[in-house]
Write a protein that binds this ligand. Structure first.
Ligand code: NAD
Ligand code: LMR
Length: 328
């Protein structure tokens, strides 16, 4: 067996933490031959709950789990971490937008970004889940200027999976037969879920479904507002599907996307598709499996899509302005 991968999880005693920890320990990110050490970060009032979660993890007797660290000190939790999953942040409640959390959650990512730079492995990869995840990722990245910008990602995989599921349902297909949806922009209600490049059973989704109004009037708003619909129904924000998406996102980074397929990830823009350089925005990406990603270039846009992309980019620029005091 190789040296264990150290995975830090912030907010590990929360809802998403409870769903994601056993899946990491079972080998779902790095595969069945790679041992892991879980390094859990919480705030002091949640440390007792975290100890309970750690006891349960022990009691699962996962063959790949070589250690569990529980700490309220980010330098301990991020110590030599290969992968940091930044989940710890307040979730929104009914009637709120994710952006309403920005001034409350944003400051968390200042100190934690600095701690990643100081204490994590030099080869660290970071996935930000805590909302508003694009801008929290921007904050953490700015506070860790020595960590290369391509190490920072924020999660739009949940939106991507929601898009696949909506397309599959409408076509009475299985989600495994749906490929290459795209989430553009922000993990918010302005995101642009795009179907024009998606395929179902190898054919263009638009041709299989054959109902353009369904895409504009149902598909887009359903994916955009799915998080709110879950909060309305469950009284709490998504957790199982969020944990599942974070596993998918990290697995793509370490095991790669399939040939001919892409996924959606919010990454630091290099100016592709005229998204201003430096914003953390969601694009279609491919992953080789070595922790790197590449934006899928050369996708064509129609006028409708250009307008949608401009709206979500505009929102990201506004969020960046709202937290400019937290960026260095
Ligand atoms: P939760 O309230 O159940 O858990 C959050 C945990 O974070 C709590 O245990 C809390 O003690 C901890 N925490 C708070 N501040 C912390 C800090 N400074 N350091 C470490 N831990 C801290 O919430 P949840 O349902 O697990 O959701 C967590 C976040 O993920 C929320 O912001 C939510 O909106 C977001 N989320 C994002 C997506 C996405 O698609 N990007 C999906 C679902 C949820
Ligand atoms: C989601 O998309 O389910 C999460 O971001 C939680 C939320 O606030 O919607």
């Amino acid at each position: 067996m190789s040296k264990p991968k150290r995975v830090a999880i912030t907010g590990a005693a929360g809802q998403i933490g409870y769903s994601i920890l056993p899946r990491i320990a079972a080998g779902e990110i790095f595969g069945p031959d790679q041992p892991v050490v879980l390094q859990c970060l919480e705030i002091p009032p949640a440390m007792n709950a975290l100890r309970g979660v750690a006891m349960e993890l022990e009691d699962c007797a996962f063959p790949l789990l070589e250690g569990i660290v529980c700490s309220d000190d980010p330098h301990v939790a991020f110590g030599d971490a290969d992968l940091v999953l930044m989940v710890g942040a307040k979730p929104r409640g009914k009637g709120m937008e994710r952006g309403d959390l920005i001034r409350e959650n944003g400051p968390i990512f200042v100190g934690q970004g600095q701690a990643i730079q100081k204490s994590a492995s030099k080869d660290v990869r970071v996935v930000v889940v805590g909302n508003p995840c694009n801008t929290n990722c921007l904050i953490a990245m700015h506070n860790a200027p020595d960590v290369p910008k391509d190490r920072w990602t924020a999660m739009t995989q949940l939106d991507h999976n929601r898009a696949l599921a909506q397309l599959a349902n409408r076509a009475s297909a299985a989600t495994r037969d749906v490929q290459n949806a795209i989430i553009w922009g922000n993990h918010s209600a302005t995101q642009f879920p795009e179907w024009r490049h998606a395929t179902i059973g190898g054919k263009k989704a638009a041709d299989v479904i054959g109902d353009n109004a369904w895409f504009t009037d149902h598909f887009i708003p359903t994916v955009q507002k799915r998080g709110a619909a879950i909060i309305e129904a469950r009284g709490q924000s998504s957790a199982m599907s969020a944990a599942n998406a974070a596993i998918d996102h990290a697995r793509y980074l370490y095991q790669g996307t399939r040939a001919g397929e892409w996924t959606s990830m919010a990454v630091c823009s290099d100016g592709s598709y005229e998204v201003p350089e430096g914003l953390i925005a969601s694009f279609a990406v491919t992953c080789k499996g070595d922790g790197t990603w590449d934006i899928v270039e050369g996708l064509d846009f129609d006028e409708f899509g250009r307008g949608k992309l401009a709206i979500t980019v505009n929102e990201l620029e506004g969020e960046r302005d709202t937290v400019k005091d937290l960026l260095r």
